[in-house]
Design a protein around this ligand. Structure first.
Ligand code: ATP
Ligand code: MG
Length: 416
């Protein structure tokens, strides 16, 4: 009980005082049994939502129709949900109705996996575990509550959650749970892609990303939302997974490491948008994929590297190095030191803060027009590109005086 914050215990004690059944449920119970510190505490009770609202001074009606009330206790937000069961699932994602229940076991039986279907009452230190959650935790298996086939047919997200929990916890899927996935893919196809992405990200960011991605591929789930990876040949897919798991735990980096050798930048961006990543994330993944093959640049001189940095953007360089390092470690470990020398050169070039875009030129658009004696016209764009090209070759040229001279020379040459 030492793990449970005082406000949570106070909420539980208050509901008990009023004669209601009350338990901690879900992920926090799983984590306490595993002796891991839970990240949040969910409370379930036989009290109806109105009764919960009346029992506390400060409450937020978060999801009253589903029975959830947020109690604000000593500044902490505690979610309290009335025991419930669910009606038939019609859309492969949400039950058509929910009914409030008096019995905790009814509530636990609607939950997805045995390890997530335990309840704990800290007042009498009572663990309610009707489906063998403790045994499965010890055996490191993810097992559906009841018939896997039925549970996956109700809610298409569950198979993906099963894989995610397996990857995050380092567990395996119990065989009936695993075997039910291919037959229920039709329901999985109806799941909103942002929900799919959330689970994919958790899987990909886990310490067993390779295992999780392989399981997604083997069960047929991956083909539904990432056919580019699912249909890659076995060796290419293995290298992509290894690169992803070998890279730092940063979404853009892991996505780019996974995709870099399987798709081009356009497809990478399309995948990012398809999976409803924010536009900026999709753009970053696309840029990282475009430039990931840094081994092709080991012989480049500084101007070529600067041009590459200009396209990439300096801010993404640390991520690009992460992606390139993970790829090369997976594909050609003997080339890592050669690449490290290139990374050092790129970092040194970046540290020198060279001008990489027109706004960093020592001459403004106004200066250029004045020097050329023209107003706004296409020639200003051409002149800017010429100057940009000069300073990418040699950043030392980026002073107003030098650029003015070069601009006049250029103008004299092109005007003829
Ligand atoms: P996490 O550490 O990822 O938060 P969690 O177990 O708390 O893990 P949540 O998604 O927060 O997972 O869900 C809380 C609880 O609600 C789960 O433990 C499970 O009992 C139940 N649950 C969540 N999603 C589903 C679902 N799709 N089907 C059935 N039960 C679910
Ligand atoms: Mg949770």
């Amino acid at each position: 009980n030492a793990d449970i914050p005082k406000p949570v215990l106070d909420v539980i004690a208050r509901l008990r005082e009023l004669g209601h059944a009350v338990y901690l449920v879900g992920g926090c119970v799983r984590d306490m049994v595993r002796k891991v510190h839970p990240k949040d505490f969910d409370v379930a009770t036989s009290a109806l939502p109105e009764e919960v609202q009346r029992a506390f001074r400060k409450v937020i009606p978060t999801g009253i129709q589903h029975g959830t009330v947020t109690v604000v206790q000593a500044g902490m937000h505690v979610e309290v949900t009335t025991f419930r069961s669910e009606g038939d699932y019609l859309d492969g994602r949400r039950p058509s109705s929910v009914a409030f229940e008096r019995d905790i076991v009814k509530d636990l039986s609607r939950r997805d996996f045995t390890i997530n279907a335990m309840a704990y009452n800290p007042l009498d230190r009572e663990l309610v575990d009707p489906f063998g959650g403790q045994t499965d935790l010890q055996a490191h298996v993810i097992r559906c509550v009841g018939s896997a086939q039925e549970r996956f047919s109700e809610d298409g997200l569950r198979p993906l959650r099963a894989v995610r929990f397996a990857a995050v916890l380092g567990f395996t899927l119990e065989s009936a749970t695993r075997d039910a996935i291919p037959a229920t893919l039709g329901v999985f196809r109806k799941v909103a892609l942002e929900r799919v992405r959330e689970e994919l990200v958790k899987t990909l960011m886990s310490p067993r990303a390779t295992f999780g991605m392989e399981l997604l591929a083997d069960t047929g789930l991956l083909d539904v939302f990432l056919p580019e990876v699912a249909r890659a040949n076995a060796e290419a897919a293995r290298l992509a997974r290894t690169a992803a798991q070998g890279s730092p735990v940063i979404v853009e980096v892991r996505m780019a490491a996974l995709l870099a050798d399987l798709v081009d930048r356009t497809r990478a961006r399309e995948i990012g948008l398809r999976l409803k990543f924010p536009n900026k994330t999709a753009d970053h993944v696309a840029l990282l994929v475009e430039h990931a093959k840094l081994e092709e640049h080991v012989a480049d001189a500084d101007p070529a590297l600067r041009r590459m940095l200009a396209k990439l953007g300096l801010a993404l360089l640390p991520h690009l190095i992460d992606v390139a390092r993970a790829r090369i470690s997976a594909r050609a470990p003997d080339r890592v030191s050669e690449l490290e020398a290139l990374f050092d050169r790129l970092e040194a070039l970046a540290d020198a803060k060279p001008p990489l875009s027109a706004k960093e030129l020592a001459l403004t658009g106004g200066d250029i027009m004045a020097t050329l004696g023209v107003g706004p016209s296409p020639i200003v764009g051409e002149a800017t590109r010429f100057l940009m090209d000069s300073v990418l070759d040699d950043p030392g040229l980026n002073t107003a005086e030098t650029l003015k001279t070069r601009l006049q020379e250029w103008h004299a040459r092109t005007a003829k």
